[in-house]
Design a protein around this ligand. Structure first.
Ligand SMILES: [Zn+2]
Length: 180
């Protein structure tokens, strides 16, 4: 076991994120002690490499040679074949809408002025049915449909941090369906 209290960040983490005392107090109310809270998420090998890819502006996947599936987000183990996956592959930053929702309220039940459009995006180059959740932008809710071809809109290079939010959203590939 690795000693997590030795001060060194674990190998695959992007570094601890300080939780400021002021933010903590605002969230939980008055406390009369120093919080000095820190947390770090150990991404693991597969997601660590995936996040480093996003920082470079590419989407990485893992391929299993036995079932020939390309998995994104990547995982080091194929749950169908019960064996390790074999190699890294770069997939496209385009895909199709597998399913979507039209959200009129936020997570805390506050109404939204503009609805948000969370969607599962099947990524081109990955196996069919495989992809990840993100959100749609530059599109009116009535123009979204299952199977809509979309493309990633990336944050500028200098703003990318190794996060799924390095992709700001997915927009229709067809310019006539885009709204500003
Ligand atoms: Zn497999």
């Amino acid at each position: 076991m690795t000693d997590r209290n030795d001060g060194a960040p674990p190998r695959n983490t992007l570094g601890p994120t300080p939780l400021k005392d002021a933010a903590f107090r605002e969230a939980v109310g008055a406390v009369d002690w120093e919080v000095d809270a820190r947390y770090a998420w150990d991404t693991g090998v597969a997601v660590g490499e995936y996040l480093r890819g996003l920082r470079r502006g590419v989407i990485l996947a893992r391929e299993c040679r036995r079932c020939r599936r390309v998995l994104v987000p990547p995982r080091m183990f194929c749950e169908q074949c019960f064996r390790p996956t074999d190699r890294w592959v770069q997939v496209e930053d385009t895909g199709i809408v597998n399913t979507f929702s039209i959200c009129h309220i936020r997570w805390d039940m506050e109404p939204l002025e503009e609805p948000e459009l969370p969607a599962v995006i099947e990524i081109d180059g990955a196996s069919r049915g495989i992809g990840f959740m993100h959100k749609l932008g530059e599109v009116a809710p009535e123009d979204v449909s299952i199977g809509l071809a979309v493309e990633a809109v990336w944050a500028p290079d200098e703003e990318r941090r190794g996060s799924i939010l390095d992709i700001r959203y997915f927009r229709p590939r067809e310019p006539s369906l885009r709204r500003t």
